[in-house]
Unconditional design. Sequence first.
Length: 72
Amino acid sequence: MGDGTVRIHLTAPPVEGKANRLLIDFLAELFQVKPSQIAIVAGEKSKNKIISVDGLSPNEVEQILIARIQHR
């Protein structure tokens, strides 16, 4: 995460948006927000995506991710 990126491996196939939906649901649960607060800003049809979390600052997102990684 030192370069500002996070790698998430999904099990859903990238068919008809299933992987994107799984990603949004996973992130909504992780950040304890509604799925509608998660947006794929770029890369909807790519393996690499830019995500926005409405209601959380970039610092809050980073802290939640760090806490999750440390508790694995």
